[in-house]
Design a protein around this ligand. Structure first.
Ligand SMILES: Nc1ncnc2c1ncn2[C@@H]1O[C@H](COP(=O)(O)OP(=O)(O)OP(=O)(O)O)[C@@H](O)[C@H]1O
Ligand SMILES: [Mg+2]
Length: 255
């Protein structure tokens, strides 16, 4: 379980998050959604222990601010929203960074296995900086997969894992996340695509202006009213007739 209670984050004397209550369970994909600047990355960075916060945070029984870095690295792998790499690493070296941080550092084949899972077999010797934006993102996803290669009881914390990917790779990566949860891991993913969120998340937290508008099952949280208020535009949510799956919210007709 990952849980935050009454979480407030102040940056440069300004409150960015106001009294957030958030939880994520093993076995589930938990999405964090909301407009640009609403505080999604700030919430994720508080949960990973990278930002000081008021209130309580618990990650698998540990406080991420006081636990040892190796303790946190053993139970959760973090994909930041952006991952600048200053040195000319090869793809395999980047994925091995994840492997080194986790518990399975002595099993080098896991780095290749993680690359294969994101469809990048054969890319090992290429220079990371010479890859496309989406390819770099998939290398970073392989890095976090290599860090927590045994999902049971472990966490993937992903800030916009699929924002720079094409639709086929978005589905592939979300299926990897769902798989990780099905094997007893937990996933927290910041998402902008509400359709993918409805398809893959069991729980979704909706943020606006640093406040939590709600958290629960997508069908309860992703409503016309809540989304229109959060995103400040008119949004109507539909269902497909055969499966009841949510379709892309779209602009309501103005009349
Ligand atoms: N280091 C910082 N110092 C001061 N303000 C910050 C800092 N980092 C973020 N903020 C502010 O906090 C607010 C929330 O930022 P955050 O990055 O959490 O948004 P977000 O929901 O992740 O947005 P996006 O969808 O654009 O990634 C923004 O107004 C941002 O300007
Ligand atoms: Mg962000």
């Amino acid at each position: 379980m990952i849980r935050a209670s009454n979480l407030t984050v102040r940056l440069r004397d300004r409150a960015i998050l106001h009294g957030i209550d958030f939880f994520a369970r093993l076995g589930e994909v938990t999405a964090i959604v909301g407009p640009n600047g609403s505080g999604k990355t700030t919430l994720m960075r508080a949960l990973t222990g990278d930002l000081p916060a008021e209130g309580q945070i618990e990650v698998a029984g540990l406080n991420p601010r006081t636990a040892k870095p190796w303790q946190m690295a053993a139970i959760r792998a973090v994909l930041p929203q952006a991952t600048p790499m200053a040195f000319p690493f090869t793809v395999l070296e980047v994925v091995r960074l994840g492997l080194q941080a986790g518990l399975d550092a002595r099993q080098p084949h896991l780095a290749l296995a993680a690359l294969a899972r994101v469809g990048l077999q054969g890319y090992e010797a290429r220079f990371y900086q010479e890859l496309s934006g989406g390819e770099q993102q998939r290398v970073q996803i392989a890095r976090v997969l290599a860090q927590v290669s045994r999902p049971g009881g472990r966490w993937l914390m992903l800030d916009e894992p699929v924002s720079s990917l094409d639709i086929g790779h978005q589905l592939q990566i979300m299926e990897l996340a769902a798989d990780f949860a099905a094997q007893g891991g937990g996933v927290i993913a910041v998402m902008h695509d509400l359709n993918l969120t409805a398809m893959f998340a069991q729980s979704v937290a909706l943020l606006a202006d640093g406040r939590l508008l709600g958290q629960g099952a997508p069908r309860h949280v992703l409503t016309d009213r809540a989304l229109s208020a959060a995103y400040r535009c008119r949004i109507r949510v539909n269902k497909t007739p055969e499966s009841g799956t949510w379709l892309l919210p779209h602009l309501a007709e103005s009349n």
